[in-house]
Design a protein around this ligand. Structure first.
Ligand SMILES: O=P(O)(O)OC[C@H]1O[C@H](OP(=O)(O)OP(=O)(O)O)[C@H](O)[C@@H]1O
Ligand SMILES: NC(=O)CC[C@H](N)C(=O)O
Ligand code: SF4
Ligand SMILES: [Mg+2]
Length: 496
């Protein structure tokens, strides 16, 4: 199978990444548990590859972890296992064709990728790689590494150091050659990756919550540009040589992507969201009487809503339920699926909101899929007023680093004024948290974050032909025509 996928008839490969290395055991079971803990990062497909020394054996499937990998049949015992849950951001949208880990042989290599490469076809050596019809940035990356190993006779670490500095964009990787396990963060550190231990077993995962979910202890997070190699001789760490690369950790991980029980750069995601909610209450209060109630948009906004209510001295009511197990709508594969996902997963509770003024809190507003439906649901359930408070700034610029928002025309706040926004969403007022306040809530060195989707300031070159400068929505907390209360003004529609 010279450099070909290991099983062309089956789900081909397998954006949460996970890996285990230790004395030979059923590591696939541990990786599967970590993938379940990372399900919020991708729900299109899932896969696991187990290394048995000189070979890799993989299984992939479409859908969530329980749909894709209902059992672990066919996966052997071995010293190393790598897993992935995918949310497609590049190349094929076919769930099976795009499934990871990408597994190639001669020599064996399994790679799980979180992030998106910028203009991957311009990477050194990319023109010589046969990508077939199932092109993804992750597969290109795997093939470049394979070529470096096979043609230049490099070991896996040397291949990583030879290939990765030539790539632009975001990559947090978990890789195996069948013997050892490798973790890599790109030099900007866009996406997170943590290392942990459970007894004599080493664990790698996109988020710390996946390490603790399997009873592991978090050892630390990888540094931007770090290559960590784990094997029988212990661990070894080295740095990719990319001079001048500035740390640009994704700020949106704190807003939405990561789990509230994870830590990023040692800081609690829960605390960042709670503080963001408090700051929103300070700077975009909803005054007037009767006093409003706070409703969270399930699921991610619950923590920010608690922070808002605590600071404003308001009560949180369960005005929106999430019956059943509807997954995340934002990471559904297309707009129709996203729209249906919102309708399917959220249900208003008239008894909680009828006759009341509602402060509706969400963590973010991107395409507006959620809010187009939700504010109206609350009105239909009898809410007197709906005041939307968003615990992050308007998302106006496309992300090229691992979130599928590459088309600026899709981004609601990029093309509507604040007044138009309030009108379209059927809200009495709309306010966003300012970037300054969000950075304060997240903590740490402000210059170490990527904020491109909120500011248009990209830490790398943007893809050829991309349109990174949409018209900005302007204006403060906006009132829909004829609507009631508005609150304090704020620059660029964000509450300072
Ligand atoms: O403006 P939009 O394009 O709708 O994107 C923003 C919404 O999408 C996410 O929710 P999602 O349902 O994906 O996940 P959650 O259940 O974790 O809140 C996010 O929490 C916002 O609610
Ligand atoms: N969300 C991700 O990190 C996706 C990884 C990769 N770009 C893919 O589309 O498969
Ligand atoms: S553009 Fe936004 S979503 Fe993308 S990496 Fe930067 S902060 Fe994160
Ligand atoms: Mg949400």
């Amino acid at each position: 199978m010279n450099g070909d996928r290991m099983d062309a008839d089956k789900p081909r490969e397998a954006c949460g990444v996970a890996g285990v290395w230790g004395p030979a055991g059923h590591h696939a079971a541990v990786v599967r548990e970590m993938l379940v803990a990372l399900q919020h990062r991708g729900q299109e497909s899932a896969g696991i590859a187990v290394g048995t020394g000189d070979a890799l054996v993989a299984r992939h499937g479409a859908g969530t972890v329980s749909e894709a990998l209902p059992d672990l049949e066919g996966l052997p015992l071995g010293p190393v296992a790598v897993g992935h849950v995918r949310y497609a951001t590049h190349g094929t949208r076919d769930a099976l064709a795009g499934a990871q880990p990408v597994v190639l042989d001669r020599p064996p290599l399994a790679l799980a990728h979180n992030g998106t490469l910028v203009d991957p076809h311009t990477a050194p050596g990319a023109d010589a790689v046969d990508l077939g019809e199932w092109f993804t940035d992750s597969e290109l990356l795997t093939r470049l590494l394979l070529a470096a190993r096979a043609q230049k006779g490099l070991d896996t670490v040397a291949a990583l150091h030879a290939v990765l500095p030539g790539l632009k964009g975001a990559y947090a990787l978990v890789v195996s050659d069948g013997h050892r396990l490798y973790g890599v963060r790109d030099p900007h550190g866009f996406r997170p990756l943590a290392v942990g231990r459970r007894g004599d077993t080493w664990l790698l995962a996109s988020e710390t919550a996946a390490i603790t979910a399997v009873g592991g202890d978090v050892v630390r997070e990888l540094e931007p540009g770090e290559v960590l190699s784990i094997g029988p001789q212990g661990t070894a760490s080295s740095r990719l040589e990319v001079p001048d690369a500035k740390t640009a950790a994704c700020l949106f991980e704190y807003v939405y992507f990561a789990r509230a029980d994870s830590h990023l750069s040692g800081r609690s995601v829960y605390q960042a969201r709670f503080r963001a909610g408090q700051a929103l209450a300070d700077h975009a209060p909803v005054d007037g009487s009767p006093r409003p109630v706070v409703v969270a948009t399930p699921e991610t906004a619950r923590v920010a809503a608690d922070g808002y209510a605590e600071r404003a001295g308001l009560t949180v009511v369960q005005g929106l339920l999430r019956p059943g197990q509807g997954g995340r709508s934002f990471i559904a594969r297309d707009q129709e699926a996203r729209h249906h996902a919102v309708r399917r997963k959220l249900s208003p509770v008239p008894a909680a909101v009828a006759g009341r003024r509602v402060v509706l809190v969400d963590d973010s507003l991107v395409r507006g899929t959620t809010m187009r439906t939700v504010a109206r649901m609350l009105r239909d359930a009898g809410a007197l007023e709906v005041h939307l408070r968003v615990a992050s700034p308007p998302y106006r610029w496309p992300c090229f680093y691992g979130i599928d928002t590459g088309r600026p025309e899709e981004l609601l706040a990029a093309r509507l004024s604040m007044t138009e926004l309030a009108g379209q969403l059927d809200c009495d007022s709309v306010a966003f948290l300012s970037l300054d306040r969000l950075l304060e809530a997240a903590g740490g060195d402000r210059s170490g974050y990527c904020t491109a989707c909120l500011t248009g300031r990209y830490p790398t070159a943007t893809p050829a032909g991309a349109f990174p400068a949409p018209a900005c929505a302007t204006g403060p907390v906006a009132a829909a025509p004829g609507a009631g209360t508005t609150t304090a003004l704020a620059s660029q529609g964000t509450a300072e």
